[in-house]
Ligand binder design. Structure first.
Ligand code: ADP
Ligand code: ADP
Length: 230
């Protein structure tokens, strides 16, 4: 069952001006339910642009993105988003629990259920004890786990992550990689993760989509099946 389909996607920034820049072109791939797909490529290959188009944060210049069979026109409620910069994704003046609760409140989840889901989400990333603390009382790796808990609290169909482990030290990165594999196993969630680190992509992904930077600005997509089920 296809959850996400990207068809012949093209994104040109500053289209129609002399600053026009084709960030991605002719990108097509699809993601099945429960799959873990990594998108890799060098800096400037268009990874973030692709993720922004997939998440509905940016409109493609041409081509289409369909999420659960429907054409994407805005950020779907069933989407979880995690970015590289955890220090800017959490509100410092709210407790970690409140931070995790915000998207639930935005989705109209009643207060009692919200409390329950916040506890569950923080427990699932091994941070049950930080609910009443503030983000700045935590290490960078722990803050990123809070950001992951927030993205999981409303039980998204699809978790999109943009270089989520690029700003933490190596040991923390290994811990977070194993955490996300565990979460994925337990929740059976579909994950698309962008990284410039091919080793990380091989470790995490069932399948890897490679965006190659090429002088003609045409980016090619190659899918590599790793076969083995995790
Ligand atoms: P990656 O994430 O792989 O490093 P990006 O998607 O950030 O690649 O960038 C792809 C290309 O698009 C680059 O040439 C970059 O300069 C350009 N680009 C990215 N964002 C913008 C923007 N907001 N306006 C204009 N050009 C942009
Ligand atoms: P705001 O409009 O101020 O961002 P929201 O109530 O929409 O407030 O969201 C609160 C927090 O939850 C914000 O930090 C936002 O980035 C985050 N958030 C909202 N929607 C999502 C989402 N779909 N995935 C991940 N985080 C989200």
């Amino acid at each position: 069952e296809v959850v996400l389909a990207v068809e012949d996607l093209r994104k040109i920034y500053n289209e129609g001006t002399d600053q026009a820049n084709m960030a991605i072109d002719r990108v097509s791939f699809s993601v099945d339910k429960g799959e873990f797909v990594c998108i890799v490529g060098p800096s400037g290959a268009g990874k973030t642009t692709l993720l922004r188009c997939i998440s509905g944060l940016a409109a493609p210049s041409s081509g289409a993105v369909t999420f659960e069979g429907r054409l994407l026109t805005s950020v779907p409620e069933q989407l979880g988003l995690v970015f590289q910069d955890y220090s800017r994704s959490l509100y410092p003046w709210y407790t970690n629990g409140k931070n995790v609760a915000l998207p639930l409140a935005a989705r109209g989840v009643p207060k009692a259920e919200r409390a329950q889901r916040v506890s569950e989400a923080l427990a699932s990333v091994g941070l049950g004890h930080v609910e009443k603390k503030y983000p700045w009382e935590l290490s960078g790796g722990m803050q990123q786990r809070v950001a992951i808990a927030r993205a999981l609290s409303y039980r998204p169909e699809l978790l999109l992550m943009d270089e989520p482990f690029a700003s933490v030290d190596a040991q923390t990165r290994f811990d977070l990689e194993d955490l996300i594999l565990k979460v994925r196993r337990e929740l059976g969630i579909t994950v698309v993760l962008v990284t410039h680190d091919i080793d990380e992509a091989i470790y995490l992904g069932d399948r890897i989509v490679v965006l190659s930077k090429n002088p003609s600005v045409v980016k090619e997509v190659v899918e590599v099946s790793l076969g083995e089920e995790r």
